[in-house]
Design a protein around this ligand. Sequence first.
Ligand code: ADP
Length: 719
Amino acid sequence: MNEPNRAGDEVRRLQKELRKAQREIRHQKDAFEIERAVYQKRIAAQTGSAEAFREQQNYLSLLLRNSPDVIFFFDKFAHLAYASEAFYRMSKIEPLAIEGHHGTDIFALLVDEAWAEGITARFIEAVKRTETISLEEEIDLGHDGRPRKYILTFTPMRDADDVYVGSLLYLSDVTEIEEAREAAEESSLAKSMFLSNMSHEMRTPMNAIIGMTKIAKGSPTAEKKDYCLDKIEDASVHLLGIINDVLDISKIEAGKFELSEEEFNFENMVQRAVSAIHYSIDRKKQTLRVHLGHGIPEYLVGDDQRFSQVILNLLSNAMKFTPEGGRIVLKAVLEKAAGEEEGAPVFLKVSVADTGIGIGEEAKAQLFTSFQQADGGISRKYGGTGLGLAISKNIVETMGGAITIESELGVGSTFAFTVRMKRGRTPERVAPPIPIDLSKVHCLVVDDSEDILEYFTSIGDRYGIRFSGVDGAGGALALLDRGEEYDVYFIDWKMPGMNGAQLTKEIKRRTGSMGVVVMISAYDWHDIEQEATTAGVDKFLKKPLFPSPVVDCINEVLGKAAMAACAAKGEEEGDGGGEYGTIKDGAFSDRRLLLAEDVEINREIVTTLLEPSGIRIDVAENGVEAVEMFAKDPGRYDLVFMDMQMPEMDGLEATERIRAMQDPRAQRVPIVAMTANVFREDVERCLAAGMDDHLGKPLYFEEVVEKLKKYLPKRHGKK
Ligand code: ADP
């Protein structure tokens, strides 16, 4: 081979090598680039997950710090790795004192060692089985003597490779939930007891009504029928009371309980409540005293029906839970009057005290809750629904007051409540206001009850009358023998030693019949009338005594003018003896009533009730008939009794149609609604339709008569 050829080969080889080296470098560079990119990516990925990890850590520690629940982490050797802040806060234990300690030692701090060992054993078992367990325990974490209820949840923890790494213990406080559950259970229990009690309470009078009706039908004699009717009346009144209570409590529970505002005479209201219960009190031979304090305005504005409902409920409880011969005192005092002007707030306190069986401490707190009775056993013995006090509490609180109880088992109870009313008008006294000068009057009271003597003194203080008192006939006669003279002698009927009738005879004899004798007694006047009048008694006052009738009585028996006035009043109001709801036979025989009522038995009741009054009655069986009858002869009717619910046309519409008639008498004629719904809205609807008044069903004789007297005033001259 020649020289130049060899050199050329060498160059080509070198060039080839160079290209190869260049290729190699390029490859290496690419590989490096790739590696760098991968590396960079890896680095980036690593940085990111570290951040995410840090973030996770952060959340976890926030959770543990802020969780209201107690959380423990234990490592695989059951040593405490972590406890949530809540634990340290509640237990007041320092982290250093327990971190790294064995679970059993820590559990021993929660309850005690025995408990700790027991629970550790259960947790070990749970770890073995790899299962979560929950248990309920009472633990006093704060060591303050107020243990709370917790649900403990224990969970063994495993990592991604299913290797056991430790455990989690979670305590959640369920005290409130538990309490709410217990309360709900208790209330549902109380309600079901109430239901069974109620069913008994309602069926009992119903049975009496049905049974007695049957007996009456088959009885040959009028006496026996009367006896049955009395029983039926008692049972019906009782049943009505229960129905009213149930309706009231439903209204309260539905938040629909409202009060009306009307002006009423306070003393009359109390008197009505008392007379509703007095018969039962008499029957149990209990005594009832009524004290009405100074300064209570004569007229108040408020819901008198509800006010008297509370008084009546307390009185009937006192009667019910006080044995025979016991003593009940009803007291009303003026707590505060914010002013003398009409409408100014007046605060009254009313209390009812008895010498009955009393109420135990634990029962007291429950009494005002619906459906609760001091003791189911008691209710079986005494009857009742357990609603009365709950209703009373509601009424009183709606009236801006409160109800309280003081009681001692076997000694007696005092229920007291306050109410806020408004001052009503101050009545104008028509001349002669007080026909005789009361300050010159001197009366002698003879009664073996110190209470009564005190009561007369308090009336005397209020009206400026002088009362002297002695506790028996002996004392009275001794005073007369000393030459003392009195204008009026108030004498108790039943006294130890010489009784009221004998003393009356003696007084009449010694005063030459000049002394006026007023008999005071809890007995019905009719029972003692004959003996009393024979003895010379001039007048009779029924216990419990109220101030106005006592003063009226003095006026009546002493003043001639008063006597005339009272006689006139007596003609209008019956016997003038203060008993309301009486009527003279035939007193309304020149009047005519339009009675619109669709239910036959109700028509019969009204016509029978009103028969003695002599009033003539035309009957319409629905609203349409009533309107037609009235339109035909508007002058014919002096009064309309209008049922609210009637077929074809109801009472509201019939009233509106009558009021819309041209004849002026259609606007004037008094229309009284008869309705079983005596809630405030119903009454307001009646008034809005143009009615003047309302009568609640079932109808009571006294109330019907009251309306007759109110709307059919005595005529002077011809119509
Ligand atoms: P009721 O009398 O219908 O059972 P209340 O709500 O009026 O319902 O009374 C609830 C309970 O309070 C009664 O069952 C009774 O246990 C107790 N109680 C109420 N008043 C008296 C009282 N004057 N003396 C003793 N216990 C009473």
